[in-house]
Design a protein around this ligand. Structure first.
Ligand code: FO1
Length: 324
């Protein structure tokens, strides 16, 4: 069994590759819900939907979120009425939010609804929210005041300086049913190439999760979302720096150090191996930019093998070859 801590787009691509090399019934995705939002009376869980749509082969490949071929005429009509339309919900995507909202109001848990949506999309992988309790990522801005995650990410286009991040409700949240069991039973626990601050941070803030990872650190493998000093997508690089860290693979190692035994980093960062190892972590170097399904599957294969490779402090060359 493999357990994967997931944010949005990067995690979903990684999971796609993993399912090419491991049977879906042997994978549990534990997904961030700190990005969840309530808009227009609807319960929206972007990272859960991104993972589900991607694995179902239905995601909009250009954006990495939402459904392929979706249209936004409902949003346009809402805007014409004077409604808020900065968070773009596609006509087809809206069906997911209507379904989730209705089921939650009828008393179902987020875990149950997420399972129902996964099955409706024909998926047999176990997709779990990190918690059934509300946890919301809130960012304090350098200019003062606090905003919700989607306000920061979408409305403000993450073009503002952040001075602190908190995960409201995390201390009272319980891990969703199955989360701790999956983490305890997994042969490998993967921290997907997601933003370590705002995608992985909320999952680690759910009581009990970080404790299991600390105990099982030798089996925990992270994939750095920072490559050559920058994030492929989103504000991970800036957030790391703004919150006192460093936007490098070594900076990711320091951020995740206590809970992660091995870090997989990109070939472009081969000069970072010593920095990662200085955090007491194994380090594996391979191609991590998932530009196609083959690279994603090869990355997944390397990650699953990484605890053994990383613990021996072996450094791998391109596509997992041990350099001679
Ligand atoms: N991201 C955007 O940049 N703009 C949007 O309007 C937007 C809408 C949206 C609707 C549904 C959904 O599931 C995701 C959506 N996203 C949008 C992506 C979302 O903000 C991000 O995936 C995250 O929460 C970060 O992982």
């Amino acid at each position: 069994m493999i357990a994967v801590l997931c944010g949005g787009v990067g995690a979903a691509r990684f999971l796609s590759g993993l399912l090419d090399v491991v049977p879906p019934a042997e994978v549990t995705a534990i997904v961030n819900t700190g990005d969840d939002a309530e808009l227009h009376g609807l319960s929206i869980s972007p990272d859960l939907d991104t993972v589900t749509y991607t694995l179902a082969g239905r995601v909009n490949r250009e954006t990495g979120w939402g459904l392929a071929g979706d249209e936004f005429t409902t949003m346009a009509a809402l805007e014409a009425l004077g409604g808020e339309a900065w968070f773009r919900l596609g006509n087809l995507d809206l069906a997911t939010h209507l379904f989730r909202t209705g089921r939650l109001r009828a008393g179902a848990t987020l875990t149950q609804v997420t399972g129902e949506l996964a099955r409706a999309h024909g998926l047999s992988i176990s997709i779990l929210p990190m918690s059934d309790d509300p946890v919301r990522t809130v960012l304090a801005l350098g200019t003062g005041g606090e905003v919700s995650f989607q306000d920061y990410f979408v409305r403000l286009r993450h073009a503002v300086e952040v001075s602190a991040v908190r995960f409201v409700g995390a201390e009272r949240a319980a891990p969703a049913p199955g989360v701790l069991d999956a983490l305890e039973a997994a042969s490998v626990i993967v921290i997907a190439p997601s933003n370590p601050v705002v995608s992985i941070g909320p999952i680690l803030a759910v009581p009990g999760v970080a404790e299991v990872l600390r105990q099982r650190r030798a089996e925990v493998v992270g994939v750095s979302p920072i490559i050559a000093g920058a994030a492929l997508k989103g504000p991970a690089d800036r957030l790391l720096v703004e919150l006192g860290g460093e936007a490098t693979a070594s900076g990711v190692a320091r951020w995740l150090g206590g809970v992660c035994g091995t870090l997989v980093i990109d070939e472009a960062d081969a000069d970072q191996v010593a920095g990662v190892q200085a955090c007491g972590m194994g380090c594996v170097v391979t191609a991590t930019v998932m530009r196609d399904a083959t690279v994603a599957a090869e990355l997944a294969r390397t990650v699953v093998a990484a605890p053994k490779l990383g613990a021996a402090h072996l450094t791998l060359g391109h596509q997992g070859q041990v350099p001679s």
